[in-house]
Design a protein around this ligand. Structure first.
Ligand SMILES: Cc1cc2nc3c(=O)[nH]c(=O)nc-3n(C[C@H](O)[C@H](O)[C@H](O)COP(=O)(O)O)c2cc1C
Length: 213
């Protein structure tokens, strides 16, 4: 698969959450996913930390994960309604994301590859330092994976809904839950078209602090 002709800034600013533009019918070659995992491993990962990527392509396994994802999303539906009611100027963006999220809810089992990044060690009841150390060791690798995927015309979207039923997902996949924590579920498929836009984000002045808060 030839890489897309994107500058590094274009890659960093156009790697969007892709749901409706995932090609549910096109086969994704295992070798392409392996390349993305190789690139993921180039992220900052301390030598004592062990990260893992579970690649799920078996239709029955994807169906089982999608069922847990839907169950998780059903649980957060109240939060969604509250967010919508409280939304101001960002309401149209929120409505668009929720519409897109509904599409993924309906079609996740059809997305050809589900990727579950995992890390050895759990953060349940640990200090902030330990939590930061664990999450900080796997999140950059996961994002590297998503950037490498975008370069190869693959779309991804960071999702966390299935984690409400992480133990059940661990049972589906044979992950030793007590020792290994799942971080996300990344659906992966070739995209319908390869052009993606820069996202609208808060103005710099609202996030940038110089020398003090
Ligand atoms: C930790 C985390 C969990 C998320 N979980 C979900 C999810 O379960 N389902 C979903 O559709 N989007 C989920 N999202 C939202 C999308 O990944 C994405 O951030 C959002 O749609 C904005 O997309 P954009 O970056 O293209 O603007 C999650 C995002 C984060 C950071």
């Amino acid at each position: 698969m030839p890489l897309l002709d994107l500058t590094s800034d274009e890659l960093l600013t156009t790697t969007r959450a892709v749901r409706k533009r995932l090609d549910l019918t096109r086969f994704v070659e295992p070798a392409v996913i392996e390349q993305c995992v190789e690139i993921a491993l180039q992220a900052p990962i301390p030598p004592i930390i062990k990260v893992h990527f579970v690649i799920v392509t078996d239709p029955a396994q994807r169906e089982a994960l999608a069922a847990l994802y839907r169950k998780g999303m059903d649980q957060v539906v109240q939060m969604r309604d509250q967010a919508l009611a409280a939304a101001g100027a960002e309401k149209p963006t929120l409505i668009r994301i929720l519409d897109s999220a509904q599409y993924l809810y309906d079609h996740l089992h059809e997305v050809p590859v589900h990727v579950i990044p995992c890390i050895e060690g759990r953060t349940d009841n640990t200090s902030v330092v330990e939590q930061a150390g664990t999450w900080g060791s796997i999140l950059p690798a996961t994002w590297n994976f998503m950037l490498a995927a975008r370069s190869r015309s693959l779309g991804t979207v960071w999702t966390g809904n299935h984690l409400l039923f992480e133990r059940e997902a661990a049972d589906v996949l044979g992950i030793p839950y007590e020792q290994v924590m799942q971080v996300a579920l990344i659906p992966v498929a070739y995209t319908l078209g390869t052009e993606f836009r820069v996202a609208k984000r808060p103005p710099l002045t609202s996030v940038l602090h110089r020398d003090r808060w």
